[in-house]
Ligand binder design. Structure first.
Ligand SMILES: [Zn+2]
Length: 825
């Protein structure tokens, strides 16, 4: 394959889209693979194929997506038309065949599934009462039936389409049939086959708001209704006023799940035991409708709602049951506990205190009061039990029980209309400004479970594609999250949702209270699926715990010379400032690791978020030119190679040769930076940091092998250079002799901390160790203090380790002894 041609680059881009977006959120994996071909491309190969110009959005318009968009536009330009009705027998036959193909594939057959998200996606905002009824015979393809609803009932069990929806056959009251696709229904997609049948048995009556009738590209004589937003489908119960005066022409045999309140209760309890929350909630709702054991059914439903994360409705149910005056003492206690759980999950800690006090004399009361008080303390002060958090963070799937803390920050628009996050008072390097739990997330365990690499997902609106189910799964979490929380919905709509959707709303949106759910199948908001999909896609973070969406952190802009640093503790997001900041300055974070090359960064930024970074570091790299960066990259790899050889070398002549080679390579690499340009970037030359560390290692190794202190000093000097190019400012770089008089206690500028934080602390500790090795106890102590300062000021993880178990700090056996000696002095 001729890798240099642009056409190939596009092809590769197409195949790499999803892998690269994963790379950008999940850390520094450097190889990507082309799906299906088994051919591997390194990031360097990708970069070498990229045009030497700034990448534009169009470069990332994947060929397939471009075709789809064109097709969608063409389709939209055609007039709507009536098409022949579908014969019931044919329809049922097609569905059976689909079910068979998905559930009983022939041996050896691998199904590859493709989801194409068209543009625009529809959702209705009109109340049923303001819509008028139409029948299947009135439907026209390529038309969204504004102002109308379609009343229909299912004539077969739902068939999961293997992708993001369910296929159904429906009939209207005239007996005319149609093919229906229900997409993006989070709770249905979560359900197993039995639960799906429970929720939608044959004969389930559905009201579809403003339905759209599509033609099928592959089977043109099989048009279908597609409901993209789950808020557009209403499950109509027997008591729904819309069913008054409706009589069904066909003689469909309907088997409702239960006919009495008692039977519904039994079904609800059975589902509950099987963890089928959604179906269970529907059963208990029917219990209440039948007037059977109403308050207990409410209490049961409250518990189910808690499992579904619908805390607002759970609280309401528990409160109504509690106030009914019909509960026994034991049930009253249950009601209070459910209220407490709901309030706690909604961060309403003061109400937890009030409610818990009603449990006077109960040991649970004290437990809840202690917990709530702790959360209030965290929320107001930002003081957390850090040692405990960091210890627990070592466990897989850790999700800390903490209150969100938001420091002195605000979201503002700059004069050019760009939104950003700013500090509202002066802050010191290391200050904690955000510590938040995710608004919703997909855990690593869920990701492992759902791994389905045969699903390809292409979103025409977002111009993105992915080769797994997770992108859609995270979006489903968003749907479930907003189901019962109107304010969260408004809040998510205030985040960036991509270029094709409306401008985000002002942040923060005014607070609105959500009414409790009328019915578990009916969300409290009309869900704009396209917007919510964009929000989930462009704002999610990837941590070792999974994929998360946090609201406030989503509003932080990127810079390669950021003012703040993010850290994940379990699934919680912490943000600390990297430098002293004045009131009104902007908080920025680096979306990707700082030390990747400019060209890789450029590719990944555009691929994941569709922007070119214009920060001072990128400007300097850009001005250095492609050729300079190209040789820089080659020298970086050469240093990697030298580093490997050094760690395996033990004889003086080899080490001497390698150290000389390392020195020469670093010098050559330095020459690829134009001094004028890097001065503007504050001396930051991130790509040089690691090679300088490797040089330092080579020098140190040599110095120790031949017992020559001058090489150890050169090694210290290279480590200081490495810190300098990472953005650390020095006050005292002296390597020997008396300490400069009148210099402050620490040899570095404590108003800012370098970018590669973890590596930097390690480097600092190594410098201290090296000084100790050559007998310079004074400097050793001074540099050790720098490490302690960093720990105290910036990242408690280090601080905790330094104070509790020095061995965990570096993990080098040789270091333990020296650290304790330094601590002694
Ligand atoms: Zn930049």
């Amino acid at each position: 394959m001729d890798l240099s041609s642009m056409a190939d680059m596009k092809g590769i881009l197409d195949s790499l889209q999803s892998q690269m977006s994963q790379l950008s959120t999940q850390g520094p994996r450097t190889r990507a693979r082309e799906v299906g071909s088994g051919q591997a491309f390194s990031m360097d190969q990708i970069i070498s194929m990229m045009p030497k110009k700034k990448l534009a959005r169009e470069d990332f318009m994947n060929d397939q997506l471009a075709d789809l968009k064109e097709k969608a536009d063409r389709e939209a330009s055609l007039p709507p038309e009536h098409v022949p009705l579908i014969n019931r027998k044919d329809l049922l036959g097609t569905l059976r065949a689909t079910w068979k193909a998905i559930n009983e594939p022939s041996p050896g057959q691998v199904m590859s599934k493709q989801v194409i998200i068209f543009w625009p996606q529809k959702y209705s905002t009109t109340k049923i009462g303001d819509l008028s009824s139409i029948n299947v015979a009135d439907l026209m393809v390529r038309k969204t039936h504004k102002g109308n609803y379609l009343l229909c009932r299912t004539i077969c069990p739902p068939v999961f389409d293997g992708c993001i929806g369910f296929l159904l056959g429906v009939e209207d009251s005239q007996g005319d049939t149609a093919y229906l696709k229900l997409c993006n229904h989070a709770m249905l997609l979560e359900a197993d086959a039995d639960e799906t049948q429970n929720i939608m048995p044959v004969g389930t009556i559905l009201v579809l708001r403003e339905p759209t009738y599509y033609t099928n590209a592959n089977v043109t004589d099989l048009p279908f209704i597609m409901v993209e937003s789950p808020s557009d489908v209403i499950f109509a119960d027997f008591d729904n006023p819309i069913l008054r005066d409706v009589s069904w022409k066909s003689k469909l045999i309907v088997h409702p799940r239960a006919m009495t309140g008692e039977a519904w209760k039994a079904a609800g309890l059975k589902d509950f035991k099987a963890s089928r929350w959604f179906s269970s909630a529907i059963c208990f709702t029917n219990c209440i409708k039948f007037g059977f054991d109403v308050q207990v059914s409410r209490l049961n439903r409250a518990e189910v709602y808690l499992r579904l994360g619908w805390n607002n409705s759970a609280l309401h149910d528990a409160q109504v049951a509690f106030k009914s005056g019909t509960l026994t003492d034991d049930l009253k206690r249950k009601a209070v506990v459910r209220m407490l759980k709901a309030l706690y999950a909604m961060n309403r800690y003061r109400e937890v205190l009030e409610t818990a006090s009603s449990l006077e004399g109960d040991k649970l009361s004290g437990e809840w009061i202690t917990k709530a008080n702790q959360r209030i303390e965290e929320q107001t002060t930002g003081n957390y039990d850090w040692p405990k958090l960091y210890t627990n963070d070592k466990n897989a799937n850790f999700s800390p029980d903490i209150a969100d803390f938001t420091g002195p920050i605000e979201v503002k628009y700059d004069p050019s209309g760009l939104r950003g996050t700013y500090v509202t008072r002066d802050v010191k390097a290391g200050e904690l400004l955000i510590f938040h739990k995710p608004s919703f997330c997909l855990s690593a365990a869920e990701i492992a479970k759902s791994g389905d690499s045969s699903l390809q997902w292409m979103s025409v609106p977002a111009l993105k594609s992915a080769d797994d189910r997770d992108t859609h799964r995270l979006f489903c979490k968003a749907v479930q999250r907003v189901w019962d929380d109107r304010h969260m919905y408004d809040t998510l709509l205030a985040l960036y949702g991509g270029e094709t959707v409306a401008e985000p709303k002002k942040f923060p949106p005014p607070f609105v209270t959500s009414p409790p759910l009328e019915h578990p199948t009916r969300p409290c908001v009309d869900i704009d699926v396209e917007y919510l999909q964009g929000v989930s896609m462009f704002n999610s973070f990837g941590s070792k715990s999974g994929k998360e969406l946090y609201v406030v952190p989503s509003l932080l802009n990127h810079s390669c010379a950021p003012t703040a640093r993010r850290e994940f503790i379990g699934d919680a997001f912490a943000l600390r400032v990297l430098q002293d900041m004045k009131k009104g300055e902007e908080l920025t974070v680096s979306y990707i690791e700082a030390d990747v090359s400019y060209d890789e960064k450029r590719f990944r930024m555009m691929n994941s978020w569709r922007f070119n970074c214009e920060c001072i570091v990128c400007q300097a790299d850009d001005e250095d030119g492609y050729d300079a960066r190209d040789s820089r990259r080659a020298l970086y790899h050469k240093m990697d190679d030298i580093g490997n050889k050094t760690s395996n070398a033990y004889d003086a002549p080899t080490l001497r040769r390698l150290a000389a080679e390392a020195k020469k390579t670093c010098d050559n690499m330095k020459r690829t930076y134009h001094e004028e340009h890097s001065r503007k970037a504050g001396g930051r030359k991130y790509e040089l940091a690691q090679p300088l560390r490797l040089l330092a290692n080579a020098l140190g190794h040599l110095g120790r092998t031949i017992s020559d202190a001058s090489f150890i000093r050169q090694s210290i000097d290279a480590k200081m250079q490495s810190l300098t190019v990472s953005g650390m400012k020095f006050i005292d770089k002296s390597l020997s002799g008396p300490l400069p008089s009148g210099s402050p206690s620490l040899p570095v500028d404590t108003s800012q901390v370098p970018q590669f934080y973890d590596i930097s602390v390690l480097t600092v500790i190594e410098i201290a160790h090296s000084f100790k090795e050559i007998g310079d106890k004074k400097r050793a102590k001074r540099w050790f203090d720098v490490a302690i300062w960093s720990g105290k000021r910036l990242q408690r993880r280090w601080n905790t380790s330094l104070q509790t178990s020095p061995s965990s700090v570096v993990g080098f056996a040789w270091f333990i002894g020296s650290l304790s000696v330094i601590c002694d002095c």
